[in-house]
Ligand binder design. Structure first.
Ligand code: ARG
Length: 483
């Protein structure tokens, strides 16, 4: 491909070290589709003969079908990268027509184009999987709108909440992931093809035509930036760091909740694993591995940032490592997301046990302080009075509701035993009706709102899939997944 000015072939160790085919064969579809658009443009602009353009587009179409059936390019092909692989096969099949394809193009603008297409597709696959999780969360929030659960701060029981409220908190986190992923999609949605090696080209090319064929909504405005820019890779990875960090946090909650000391949830047999020695064990492996994958994903993103920050403008081979980082992160984040979604979908909740834990540690003490505040006691004084009552209850080993009328009055003259009516858990949660609060009525309202938002967002993503990717790269056409 580039041997003309060399006296000898590369040393085996140098070639093995620098070639990227084993990794980038995974973007063969994007390479073929982008090459097809380039060939069609070259023909329209009369940069190559019309019959060459026809031979090229036909051969590229055939190659795509063929490679899909094979599950991707042969693993043991000896080419430098996927781009040289495709060009070699074309030339073997259609001779000189194949040798005309690379005019007005460099692998530098080519790989940036291919990988932007790939990352757009990845964003759409990922956001679809997040929407599936959000569907499970909205459903479970509705089902558990009245279920009393412990609310923790510092992992100490703080106040009772409803389990539906907890699920809606996760809904909020992952709704932001949808925004982050769609932002990364927008960053990737710019077409660099036509930038050449770095300086633009001396032919009358039609960059708008190519961008439109490939469903990019913008054309890169500077050829140096076009081949050096990998912000889309950083944006995709960053979205995955935040997403997997979210997954890791609630995976950790589930590990704790499933531990016998808490015993508040149970993983379905289909989403748990056993011990080779201890017959009674049911381990939350899916949640544990999610925590570990989140660490690896953060590492890959950090490594990528460190790689990119030192690369002088415009292209250098350091940037080839973008694919390794994205593929690793893609495999990990999608696997964790899907497995954890399944685990949540099938999780059994022990409502009695949850309520029991929620009532531990005088978790409704604040009700007494609120009661006093309503009777014109400054909150700080109320806080101190309730602190004394908690101390008293602890000394006697009883609940606050078990204290005597005299105890209440002694803590503060404006207190009476009817405050006990406020101390039970359902009453305490039902009173928290402020916007975003934990009351079952609020949770039902918010769950309905979440479901409406989800319906709208699904339509939006469906629309993006339809117009954001060329037909050959649509998920339905992407049956072959290369690893
Ligand atoms: N395999 C390379 C990559 O993934 C393709 C571009 C190579 N360009 C070059 N001038 N060596 O980045």
């Amino acid at each position: 491909m580039w041997g003309g000015r060399f006296d000898k072939p590369p040393a085996d160790v140098a070639r093995a070290f620098t070639r990227s085919f084993p990794v980038d064969r995974r973007i063969y579809r994007e390479d073929i589709v982008a090459s097809r658009a380039h060939a069609a443009m070259l023909g329209r602009q009369e940069i190559i003969p019309a019959r060459s353009a026809e031979a090229l587009t036909e051969a590229l179409d055939n190659l795509l079908v063929e490679l899909d059936q094979l599950g991707g390019p042969p693993v043991n092909a000896d080419d430098e990268d996927v781009h040289s692989y495709v060009e070699r096969v074309l030339t073997e099949r259609i001779g000189d027509h194949g040798r005309r394809l690379h005019v007005a193009r460099s692998r530098n603008d080519q790989v940036a184009t291919d990988f932007r297409l790939y990352c757009k597709g990845f964003c759409l696959r990922l956001v679809t999987a997040v929407l599936d999780l959000l569907g499970v969360l909205a459903r479970r929030a509705e089902e558990e709108a009245e279920t009393i659960a412990p609310g923790f701060t510092h992992l100490q029981v703080a106040q009772p909440v409803t389990l539906g409220h907890y699920f809606l908190a996760l809904f909020e986190m992952h709704r932001r992931d949808v925004d982050n992923i769609l932002y990364a999609y927008t960053v990737a949605d710019v077409c660099p093809l036509g930038a050449g090696a770095l300086a633009g080209v001396a032919f009358d090319i039609d960059r708008e035509f190519v961008a439109e064929e490939l469903c990019f909504s913008q054309v890169a405005r500077n050829s140096l930036d076009a081949v050096s820019d990998r912000d889309f890779v950083s944006a995709v990875l960053q979205a995955c760091v935040t997403l997997s960090g979210h997954l890791s946090r609630w995976a950790e909650d589930l590990v704790i909740w499933a531990s016998p000391g808490f015993g508040m949830v149970r993983f379905d047999d289909a989403f748990a694993t056993g011990s080779s020695m201890l017959p009674q064990k049911l381990n939350p492996d899916v949640a544990e591995l999610t925590r570990a994958k989140a660490a690896a994903i953060a590492g890959a993103a950090t490594g990528w940032h460190a790689t990119l920050k030192g690369v002088p403008l415009s292209y250098a081979l350091d940037m080839q490592e973008d694919k390794r980082a994205v593929f690793r992160v893609e495999d990990d984040v999608l696997a964790a997301l899907r497995a954890l979604t399944g685990a949540l979908d099938t999780l059994t909740v022990n409502r009695e046990r949850m309520a029991a834990v929620a009532g531990m540690g005088h978790s409704t003490a604040i009700e007494i302080a609120d009661y006093l505040t309503e009777r014109d006691v400054p909150f700080r004084d109320a806080h101190a009075a309730v602190g004394r009552l908690v101390r008293l209850a602890e000394d006697r080993g009883v609940e606050l509701a078990d204290l005597d009328e005299a105890d209440f009055v002694e803590a503060d003259a404006r207190l009476s035993a009817d405050v006990r009516d406020r101390l039970d858990l359902p009453t305490a949660v039902a009173r928290r009706t402020s916007l975003g609060g934990t009351a079952p009525a609020r949770v039902r309202e918010e769950a309905a709102r979440a479901t409406r938002w989800l319906r709208w967002q699904r339509d939006h993503v469906q629309d993006l899939v339809g117009r954001g990717l060329p037909p050959a790269l649509q998920p339905s056409a992407r049956a072959a997944v290369v690893r």
